[in-house]
Design a protein around this ligand. Structure first.
Ligand SMILES: Cc1cc2nc3c(=O)[nH]c(=O)nc-3n(C[C@H](O)[C@H](O)[C@H](O)COP(=O)(O)O)c2cc1C
Length: 211
């Protein structure tokens, strides 16, 4: 643990929220998760990965084009963000039952960090949104979690760890069914906030115990 992780007697875990979003839903969930982690005393970086889709594909969807032009993020995710973080939340829309290629492409650049053992013992969690209830929420979260297994991460399940999650919840991770492109509702955002707080709390314990 380095000095900047202490605030008085409190350990401030470092949480990176790394995500892909084409039309803003996952970004809204990323911000809710980040708010939960921040409320729990974490230092948080919220970073989208770089857009890689060709302009012709983006132009076919005005909402996608608008997000690319107007999203509020100045900085995209880097390998340094992963190295910096003690805990990492991965977020992606469900794309044909799995995570978006843009996120996978970024994750596929982590071989060097992986070889050096720099991703071992990171604490991980994942979240998603799909347009249909059975359209692949769980399969997408589980696919993101596969990366955590390879890194040697400690995956934090959301479970039904708060009464709210009995109503809105998906024990695999924050999720939202976006019918007709609806933005995440309060229930989904609250679940993400709880997920961020839980990730920060558990990460803090592990940072405190680290040799
Ligand atoms: C190419 C493509 C594939 C998609 N595949 C699925 C899918 O398999 N299941 C599903 O329910 N929704 C699917 N969706 C819908 C998105 O997952 C959903 O709209 C999501 O909320 C978008 O998140 P975003 O606004 O962060 O991009 C797909 C959307 C696109 C553009």
């Amino acid at each position: 643990m380095s000095g900047d992780q202490m605030s008085g007697d409190h350990v401030m875990p470092r949480i990176a929220v790394v995500f892909y979003s084409a039309t803003g839903n996952i970004a809204a969930m990323a911000e809710a998760l980040a708010a939960g982690a921040t409320e729990e005393g974490a230092q948080v970086r919220v970073r989208p990965v770089v857009e890689l889709a060709p302009a012709e594909a983006i132009d076919r969807n005005p909402r996608w084009r608008a997000w690319v032009e107007n999203n509020p993020y100045d900085e995209t995710a880097t390998l340094a963000d992963l190295e910096w973080a003690d805990g990492i939340a991965l977020g992606s829309p469900t794309r044909f039952g799995g995570p978006a290629g843009q996120l996978k492409e970024f994750l596929d650049t982590t071989g060097g960090l992986w070889m050096q053992g720099k991703l071992v013992d990171k604490v991980g969690a994942a979240f998603t949104s799909a347009s249909t209830r059975h359209g692949g929420l769980e399969s997408t979260i589980l696919a993101m979690n596969n990366v955590f297994y390879h890194w040697g991460s400690i995956i934090v399940a959301l479970g039904y760890t708060d009464p709210h999650l009995m109503e809105s919840g998906n024990p695999y991770g924050g999720s939202f069914v976006s019918r007709r492109s609806a933005p995440p509702d309060d229930d989904a955002l609250r679940a993400c906030r709880l997920q961020g707080a839980r990730l920060a709390r558990i990460t803090r314990q592990l940072v405190r115990e680290a040799p």
